[in-house]
Design a protein around this ligand. Structure first.
Ligand code: SF4
Ligand code: SF4
Ligand code: SF4
Length: 257
């Protein structure tokens, strides 16, 4: 009888451990899934989505610190993990506060101050990468030939994060387009442009960078850009170590066409 009780006890203990482990696995699978799929814009200086979810304790201090009511905490029923902070630019964009009060207050570094600090260690909101604005060229009326520069004028980095490109209107033959074009390396994802867009549903929208942008990898190099030389050097070293006779082909700048 005593042996039976002992075995029952051990069995229950093993079950409890298995359930705990399964719970852990399910939760980490859930976090990975959430990272990959969720369309959510986080506060400035947020870590990558997966890391952010591991660090954020849902205290809401960043939301409280935001003087413009930009940030809110997800509630149950939303497609965002409950209790985590996010913003919706069409409703209230990030106003790019110079003192970025939402970031240093974060107790867990889910919002990492280093991501919005310059080389001198000073806060610099222009370094924020909350997302990237994408123009829907089909529904942006500037691409129809209508004069509109609302997004361009709303951008706190006007002329840098968003520029106007002059192009001849081939359809009329006598007019020009002034087309908004976003520079993804400069765009902070603040959403002022989306908020200002005049179309019924915004024709310029901020999207999470990992969902909106592609990645070239190391197979293609911009031979005409100095910034890409570093990547070229790395590629040369790696390729030569694999195959000493292999030459890198520069298709765009080579002599032959
Ligand atoms: S930078 Fe300012 S407006 Fe933007 S989320 Fe932080 S506190 Fe709010
Ligand atoms: S302050 Fe940091 S930990 Fe608290 S809710 Fe905001 S991001 Fe999460
Ligand atoms: S999100 Fe729009 S307004 Fe903000 S920096 Fe990017 S282009 Fe400018």
């Amino acid at each position: 009888m005593e042996e039976l009780t002992r075995r029952k006890f051990l069995l229950n203990g093993a079950k409890a451990i298995a359930l705990t482990l399964m719970g852990g696995l399910v939760w980490s699978a859930y976090l990975s899934e959430a990272k990959a799929n969720v369309f959510v814009l986080r506060p400035p200086a947020a870590l990558d989505e997966e890391e952010f979810l591991k660090h954020c304790i849902k205290c809401g201090l960043c939301v409280e610190a935001c003087p413009f009511g930009t940030l809110k905490l997800a509630t149950q029923g939303e497609a965002i993990i409950t209790g985590t902070p996010y913003f919706t630019p069409r409703e209230v964009p990030c106003k790019m506060c110079v003192d970025i009060p939402c970031v240093p207050i974060c107790p867990t570094e889910a919002l990492d101050i280093n991501l919005v600090s310059n080389e001198k260690g000073l806060l610099d909101i222009n370094k924020a990468k909350m997302g990237v604005a994408i123009v829907d060229r089909e529904h942006c009326v500037a691409y129809w030939g209508v004069q509109c520069d609302a997004c361009y004028r709303a951008c706190p980095l006007m002329g840098e994060a968003i520029i106007l490109e002059l192009k001849r209107n081939e359809r009329t033959g006598k007019h020009s387009f002034l087309l908004p074009v976003v520079m993804s390396e400069v765009c902070t994802g603040c959403g002022m442009c989306e908020n200002a867009c005049i179309t019924k549903k915004a024709a310029i929208r901020v999207m999470p960078r990992h969902l909106a942008l592609g990645e070239v990898g190391e197979n293609y190099i911009k031979g005409w850009e100095k910034g890409d030389e570093k990547r070229l050097e790395n590629l040369k070293t790696r390729d030569l170590s694999l195959d000493k006779n292999k030459q890198i082909q520069d298709y765009l700048n080579g002599e032959e066409f």
